[in-house]
Design a protein around this ligand. Sequence first.
Ligand code: ADP
Ligand code: MG
Length: 369
Amino acid sequence: MAFIAFDNVTKLYPGSAQPAVDRVSLEIRQGEFLTLLGPSGSGKTTSLMMLAGFEGVTSGTIRLEGQPIERLPAHHRNMGVVFQSYSLFPHLSVAENIAFPLKVRKLAATEIAARVERALDRVHLRDFAGRRPNQLSGGQQQRVALARALVFEPRLVLMDEPLAALDKRLREEMQLEIRRLHREVGVTMVYVTHDQSEAMTLSDRVAVFNQGRIEQLDVPSALYDAPANPFVAGFLGDNNRATGTVAGHAGATVQVALAGGGSVVAARASTALAAALESAGAARRDVTLCIRPERLRVLAEADQAPSIAATVVDLIHQGDHWRMIARLDHAAADVAAWHVKLPPGGVLAGARPGARVRLAFSAEDAWAF
Ligand code: ADP
Ligand code: MG
């Protein structure tokens, strides 16, 4: 049995035409770190709030260890929560903030003292026990919030963009800290973020949200290496796209006639596309071709290898790599310029803005949806 199960859960806010969460089904395993990832407005927070009990469910069922929880009030759900705004009590010290959930639960004073000590050690704040929140940095305040969410040994910890207010370096440090805490404590964590690298750093599995629905739920490497559709391919990592029609196919390998002219081979048709081609045949079916920037090679204009003609628009040094932006000669109007990620020494001589080049890739690195 799943630890938590969303079964066809919909949330329609009063006065809204579109549901914020639209028939979502999802299973969360005990002890896992599951992240809800998606763009702003895709329904992540609403899903988390329904799980926490701060928002009601319009239809469908949420179960915790098999029991429906819609009628269980938030304070009876035994879940720790951490939000973007620290929501610490400003007039209480760090230790008193962490002790608060234990006092509410009426634990004995000696037990509270022992648990607060342990929690302070866990988040490396022993020396800050007596300070007020306004005497702490943003990162330290979020450590207190984490300690307070963990101290009563909840069965589940929910976090909604807890690191969004921190600068990049501190955010990355805190990601590793949360990852370590999850491993040490072993509690089930459900985490919301719009940041794909944060999701990949932290998560056992990631549910990719888009417009109130889950596009794909899988381990991070599978989302990156085998996205189910162009949305997932574009949301996790960069992606280049072109549109076209199927000119021929065999299994997962398709020949794509690009909308702007030219033809390429993609060896990784999505399961859905391969099945559709199998049953209905190619018949000029529309497809989207996707290739990651790090999988492209830049060739000289005269090169005869299978490749796509393009003009360099820009070449940007990004420290550990170069990013080339190139416009395809025959791209359909709605296709953005392609990005190519090149190793520091790997830029073709003379590939300056305005230069004519060819972009090549191996069929195994090209997806078709
Ligand atoms: P996310 O956390 O992914 O950014 P939300 O769950 O906050 O998304 O929002 C999903 C959709 O629901 C958005 O269109 C948002 O405007 C809408 N929404 C969120 N909260 C409310 C509310 N309290 N009342 C009405 N609409 C809301
Ligand atoms: Mg949100």
